[in-house]
Ligand binder design. Structure first.
Ligand code: SAH
Length: 256
């Protein structure tokens, strides 16, 4: 008699959104409350982890060995090992798993090992920041193109950003706090006006959110003087001025 086929668990790559539990999808919330194993990274808020099943094993892959994240191969190996052992895994990631979240690599590793994968979208930081700061990423009069770019150091100087920002376009930069001086320089060297409007949104959609505004030339000072920390997004484009309209309306409402 042949052995029964061993049960293989499913890896659910789940977007946790920007941090507010109210901004989880219903599917994400349901999976979380049912999960027996949750593998999460550092951007996931404790309030969201608290929604996990009381008996769930919570595994953080964020901070190991003096603040180093677990290497990506080890995370993939962990997901595959658990699924092959028959465990369903909720792999919880900040924002959307497929926007600068390395969800693609984790899905590939699972598929290569014969592990079924489900991907549950989450509200990405750009969407959350736009809504929370009342800055529309596109606007009939001001922007019909929006680009998402990673601003971390690696390879920044070799990348071609020409055409990503300017009149009629919105550029959203993830992971750009540390490299803001190089980013501003790069964009101005490409011909972007030094007075192009910029917004920095720190901790979007969380109670401690800050929205800072200024011209592109002052971006590094804006970040430095205000001691902006990650997680923060940089939004470049005319649409950021729409926040003035929103704030003026709020001021009028407050006076009424
Ligand atoms: N997958 C995530 C992005 C991960 S990259 C998503 O879809 O949102 C990490 C970067 O996302 C941070 O450096 C920051 O630029 C941005 N970010 C994530 N959460 C944020 C938040 N609440 N407010 C502002 N920026 C945020």
């Amino acid at each position: 008699m042949s052995n029964p086929t061993p049960h293989i668990g499913t890896v659910h790559l789940v977007g946790a959104g920007p941090g507010d539990p109210d901004l989880l999808t219903l599917r994400a919330a349901r999976l979380l409350t049912q999960a027996r194993l949750v593998v999460h990274d550092g951007l996931v808020e404790p309030a969201i982890l608290a929604m996990a099943h009381p008996q769930a094993r919570l595994v953080s892959v964020a901070k190991r060995r003096a603040h180093h994240t677990m290497p990506q191969e080890d995370i993939c190996a962990l997901l595959v090992r658990e699924a092959l052992a028959g465990n369903d895994v909720v792999r919880l990631k900040g924002g959307d798993p497929l926007v600068f979240g390395r969800g693609g690599e984790e899905a590939e590793a699972c598929r290569a090992a014969g592990v079924p994968v489900e991907i549950v979208p989450g509200i990405s930081a750009a969407n959350a920041a736009g809504a929370a700061a009342q800055i529309p990423l596109t606007h009939r009069d001001h922007a019909s193109v929006v680009s998402f770019v990673a601003g971390q150091c690696k390879g920044l100087s070799e990348q071609d950003w020409s055409g990503l920002a300017g009149v009629g376009r919105t550029l959203v930069i993830y992971m750009g706090v540390k490299t803001a001086p190089q980013i501003a320089e790069k964009l101005m060297a490409d011909g972007l006006a030094p007075d192009m409007a910029v917004a920095v949104i720190e901790n979007a959609a969380r109670p401690e959110m800050r929205v800072l505004r200024g011209p592109l030339a002052a971006l590094p000072a804006l970040i430095d003087d205000n001691k902006v920390k990650s997680p923060a997004l940089i939004v470049i484009g005319e649409v950021t001025r729409e926040r003035d309209v929103a704030l003026a309306a709020i001021a009028v409402e407050a006076r009424i």
